[in-house]
Ligand binder design. Structure first.
Ligand code: ADP
Ligand code: ADP
Length: 235
C-alpha cells in the first residue's frame, strides 16, 4: 500500500533527514513511526503525500509513484491528521469535516461551499463515529477542547474514505488521557474501514499500545522495524 524504497532526503541546507530508508507497509496496517524530535518522522510522512521530494529513491502509494505529476491523483487517496489539528477555528465543526472532501470537488463547488447532500450525511456519520454529538455540528471549532478538535481532524481525514491516512504526531498537543482516547478512535476508524495508517509518535508507551508494527528512526536512519512487543526502547 505504501512503499519507500531506498529513500534519501537531504534538505537544501545540507541536513540529511533520511538515510536509505526502505519500508513497505501493507494494506490495513497501523504502523507507528517512533523517534525523538529531529529523527526524520515528519520528513517521512511528507514524502508520502509529495510535500517533500526525496533526493534519492522512490515512494509509491497504492501502486502509484509519488511525483509532481501524480499528486492530483494521489492526494484524494490520503487523509492527513496534524499535530496542531489544522482546523479552521472560526468555521463550524461541520464545515471543517466537509473540507476533507475538497480534493474531490470541482473548484467552483468547493469555493461556493456547495457540498453534495451525501457528503453532508457522511460528515454527520463520521462525527458520530468519533464520539461527537449532533449538537457539536454548528459550533465553531474554536469552542472545542483539544481532544475534541482532533476528533474533528480524524473525521475530516476519513471524509473521502482514503485507503491511506498519515498522522503526524496526532496527539503531541494533547494530555495523556485525550491522547489515548484519540489514538483509540483513530485505530478503530482505520480497522473498521481497512485503512492503512502511518502515524508518527514520540511516546514509546503509546506506540506499544496501539501499533501493529513499530518502525523507529534515529537521525534519519531506520533502527528498528518489527512487532511492538519486540521493541526495546533502550536499544
Ligand atoms: P517537529 O520536531 O515537530 O517535526 P520541528 O521544530 O522539527 O518540529 O519542525 C517544525 C517545522 O520547521 C517543520 O515544518 C520543519 O520542516 C521545519 N524545519 C525543521 N528544521 C528545519 C531547518 N533546519 N531548516 C528549515 N526548516 C526546518
Ligand atoms: P521529526 O519529525 O522526527 O522531528 P523532521 O523530519 O521534522 O523530524 O526533521 C528531520 C531533520 O531534518 C531535522 O534535523 C530537521 O531540523 C531537518 N529539517 C526538517 N525540515 C527541514 C527543512 N525544511 N529544511 C532543512 N532541514 C529540515
Amino acid at each position: 500500500m505504501l512503499r519507500f524504497d531506498s529513500v534519501d532526503m537531504r534538505y537544501a541546507d545540507g541536513t540529511s533527514a533520511l538515510k536509505t530508508v526502505s519500508l513497505h507497509i501493507p494494506r490495513g496496517q497501523f504502523c507507528v513511526v517512533l523517534g525523538s524530535s529531529g529523527a526524520g518522522k515528519s520528513t517521512l510522512l511528507r514524502m508520502a503525500n509529495g510535500l517533500v521530494r526525496p533526493t534519492a529513491g522512490t515512494v509509491h502509494v497504492d501502486g502509484v509513484q509519488v511525483t509532481a505529476a501524480s499528486l492530483a491523483d494521489i492526494r484524494p487517496r490520503i487523509g492527513m491528521i496534524h499535530q496542531q489539528f489544522n482546523l479552521v477555528l472560526r468555521a463550524s465543526v461541520a464545515t471543517n469535516v466537509l473540507s476533507g472532501a475538497l480534493p474531490a470537488l470541482p473548484l467552483w463547488r468547493a469555493m461556493a461551499g456547495l457540498f453534495p447532500e451525501a457528503m453532508r450525511e457522511r460528515a454527520c456519520e463520521l462525527l458520530a463515529s468519533v464520539g461527537l454529538q449532533p449538537a457539536h455540528l454548528n459550533r465553531r471549532a474554536s469552542e472545542l477542547s483539544g481532544g475534541q478538535q482532533q476528533r474533528v481532524g480524524i473525521a475530516r481525514a476519513f471524509m473521502l474514505a482514503p485507503p491511506l491516512v498519515l498522522a503526524d504526531e496526532p496527539v503531541a498537543s494533547l494530555d495523556p488521557q485525550a491522547s489515548g482516547e484519540v489514538l483509540e478512535l483513530l485505530k478503530r476508524q482505520a480497522a473498521e474501514r481497512g485503512t492503512t495508517v502511518l502515524c508518527s509518535l514520540h511516546q514509546v508507551d503509546l506506540a506499544r499500545s496501539f501499533a501493529d508494527r513499530i518502525v523507529a528512526l534515529r537521525d534519519g536512519v531506520l533502527v528498528f522495524d518489527g512487532a511492538p512487543q519486540d521493541f526495546d526502547a533502550a536499544a
